[in-house]
Design a binder for this molecule. Structure first.
Ligand code: CA
Length: 254
């Protein structure tokens, strides 16, 4: 656990014992300017079997991220040179390397902008080292199950097809008439098929909004989307996972 209680960096060793052998040899880039934290994370991740490069400012970090192929990039938000969000924006013009952003607790806006800007996950400082490792593993698994290079231009599940370039959705040969938001929502669910996406995540990724629990914009949009994507067809693809969110997947009919 790394915490900054009372303005002092406190480090206590909570690293999990088990090494994730399967993930060994994966290459990580850590862009973090706090020397002590950077060194602690570098050592810990190396002990977990990762190959870790460390950049201590945004310029060096972006250079490494563009020149080399990393499996995951851990990107601090506040950096000298170029800040984390700008590094992310520059990177996303050409590369889809999974990015886990580190943000300060107060920076809700930064987190939303980070997710909208293409960050795959974020962690709020201070965080437990074991959680960082777990999140890196999730990103690695996701990248392995959905290889993203080259970027897919079409997504498919059962008889549903989405053309991301022409922004067309077709199910069983029938063109679906979707609004822009409905298309983005469907594309996100399809891109992450089999994964339960929370309303908060859908709200932050599809709508330019900070999630407000008073609004039911996500529920309403999912209901409309289902009327178009599922209702006219025999097999539903979009499912509600009670208390968690929504998932798009083919399920065996009972
Ligand atoms: Ca920083």
């Amino acid at each position: 656990m790394v915490s900054k209680a009372s303005g002092r960096l406190q480090i206590c060793n909570l690293r999990p014992r088990a090494k994730s052998g399967k993930m060994r040899g994966m290459r990580l880039l850590l862009i973090e300017d706090e020397a002590k934290l950077g060194e602690y994370l570098r050592k810990g991740l190396a002990e977990e079997g990762y190959v870790v490069d460390v950049a201590t400012d945004g310029i060096e970090g972006l250079h490494l991220a563009m020149e080399l192929d990393y499996d995951v990039i851990i990107l601090d938000g506040m950096l000298p040179g170029i800040d984390g969000l700008s590094v992310l924006a520059a990177l996303r013009q050409t590369k889809s390397t999974p990015v886990l952003m580190l943000t300060a607790r107060a920076d809700v806006e930064d987190r939303v902008r980070g997710l909208q800007g293409g960050a795959d996950d974020y962690m709020i400082k201070p965080f437990a080292f074991s959680e960082l490792v777990a999140r890196i593993q999730v990103l690695l698994r996701r990248a392995q199950s959905h290889p993203s290079s080259p970027e897919p231009t079409a997504l498919r599940e059962a008889d549903l097809e989405v053309d991301l370039i022409r922004r067309r959705a077709v199910r069983a040969g029938v063109r679906l008439e979707l609004t822009a938001k409905e298309f983005n929502l469907l594309a996100l669910l399809l891109r992450r098929q089999g994964e339960v996406l929370s309303r908060t995540e859908l709200a932050s990724q599809v709508w330019d909004m900070n999630f407000d629990s008073e609004t039911n914009v996500v529920e309403v949009a999912v209901r409309r989307l289902r009327m178009k994507v599922d209702q006219p067809f025999a097999t539903p693809l979009i499912h509600t996972v009670r208390g968690m969110g929504y998932v798009l997947e083919s399920r065996e009919q009972p």
